[in-house]
Design a protein around this ligand. Structure first.
Ligand code: ADP
Ligand code: MG
Length: 239
């Protein structure tokens, strides 16, 4: 069973711009996916539609076989890590990670062990009382992931979440993200415009261009057998 499925999704923004054209996606449980494509190709629009922050103009979104197109984002078992992490810089690490649980009025004695486990998962044990501003970019990224996993989502969406990091840290976080995904055993859908990143991290890649899926498959398939000139050029293998 697919954990996420998009069927014939089109998106026309209010100004008339058509950002997605007949998007069909099948996402399995427990795998690492990348949406790869140049800026403006529609990657973030797809994530927002999966998360429920944006509605498709046409088409349906399914979660474990159930139509969730009209379901409130908070009721989906899907969380998002944004590019800028959207952390509260005036709160410490613990309060950032606990934020969503506090809103749901969970008692502190329940929240504490959940936050502790999440920080352990991202290797930030001992950082609970640190200020966000004292952390490196990679550490802030890990706090954002910890905050996103405390509600035990089945799917984590990550929008260009490594793009702000310098090259060395970025490599490190690529391994880190894969390790976290494996440990959690949930589905990650990772948005990037960096072909090398998508090739090295993913079980499966969807290559996007101009609001369409040009090709999907394993990194090896896409690299070895690009379906057209666009994919060949974008992947960097024009043979
Ligand atoms: P990507 O994440 O791949 O860079 P986006 O999904 O953000 O692409 O955007 C796809 C296209 O839709 C772009 O051309 C963008 O300018 C356009 N777009 C995004 N959001 C809006 C909006 N709210 N109104 C009109 N056009 C938009
Ligand atoms: Mg984007």
């Amino acid at each position: 069973m697919n954990i996420i499925e998009l069927k014939h999704v089109n998106k026309r923004y209010d100004d008339g711009f058509v950002a997605l054209k007949d998007i069909n996606l099948k996402i399995e449980s427990g795998k690492f996916y990348s949406l790869l494509g140049p800026s403006g190709s529609g990657k973030s629009t797809i994530l927002r539609i999966i998360a429920g922050f944006s509605q498709p103009t046409e088409g349906r979104v399914f979660f474990a076989g159930k139509d969730i197109t009209d379901l409130d984002p908070a009721k989906r078992q899907i969380n998002t890590v944004f590019q800028n992490y959207a952390l509260f810089s005036h709160l410490n690490v613990f309060d950032n990670v606990a934020f969503g649980l506090k809103i749901k009025k969970r008692p502190l004695r329940e929240i504490k062990p959940i936050v502790k486990d999440a920080l352990k998962m991202v290797r930030l044990e001992g950082y609970a009382n640190r200020e966000i501003s004292e952390l490196s970019g990679g550490q802030q990224q890990r706090v954002a992931i910890a905050r996103a996993i405390v509600n035990e989502p089945k799917v984590l969406l990550l929008d260009e979440s490594l793009s702000a990091l310098d090259k060395r840290l970025r490599k490190e976080m690529q391994f880190e993200l894969r390790a976290i995904q494996k440990k959690l055993g949930i589905t990650f859908i990772f948005v990037t415009h960096d072909q090398e990143e998508a090739l090295s991290m993913s079980d499966e890649i969807f290559v996007l261009n101009n609001g369409r899926i040009e090709q999907n498959g394993s990194p090896i398939d896409i690299y070895d057998e690009p379906i057209n000139d666009f994919v060949a050029r974008f992947i960097g293998n024009s043979n």
